[in-house]
Design a protein around this ligand. Structure first.
Ligand code: FES
Ligand code: FES
Length: 153
């Protein structure tokens, strides 16, 4: 076991972990952060995405010890005071149904919008290419992100 320290959603959290534990398991089972979802555990679905030092990563593919002394943001950290404009747009455009994919997509697009506030549809599609959604057919997801891109929100 090793004690690691993570700046999780703007709060320093210390936790004891096994060297083999994934960041996803530690976030969900030891730190009580439930928005990253376990879909495939092999990097295919994007449901477990978090921001590691500002970049989207698959937390099922990262060992918790690799996150030691790094910054992690989950959806909980985006909406401490109120929902972000992107989250509001997802609600307005009915961009999720079961919601399983939504946290990962919102984090990936949050990073995209920080780099590029006005992405094209192609750039939006590329940014969430590795995120699987079984419910929506993606159109309402694209509509919400395009509304933000165009400044309609
Ligand atoms: S659970 Fe990590 S990519 Fe699917
Ligand atoms: S809303 Fe159900 S998987 Fe996307």
């Amino acid at each position: 076991m090793k004690e690691i320290s993570i700046n999780l959603n703007f709060e320093i959290r210390s936790v004891w972990v096994e060297s083999s534990e994934t960041l996803l398991d530690v976030l969900r089972d030891k730190l009580g952060v439930k928005s990253p979802k376990c879909g495939c555990e092999r990097g295919d679905c994007g449901a477990c995405t978090v921001l590691l030092d500002g970049k989207p990563v698959r937390s099922c593919l990262i060992l918790a010890v690799e996150a030691d002394k790094h910054d992690i943001i989950t959806v909980e950290g985006l909406s401490a005071d109120k929902l972000s404009a992107l989250q509001e747009a997802f609600i307005q455009y009915n961009s999720f149904q079961c919601g399983f994919c939504a946290p990962g997509i919102i984090l990936a697009v949050t990073e995209l919008l920080q780099k590029n506030p006005h992405p094209s549809l192609l750039e939006i599609k590329e940014s969430i290419a590795g995120h699987l959604c079984r419910c929506t057919g993606y159109t309402p997801i694209f509509d919400a992100i395009l509304a933000i891109s165009k400044g309609d929100k």
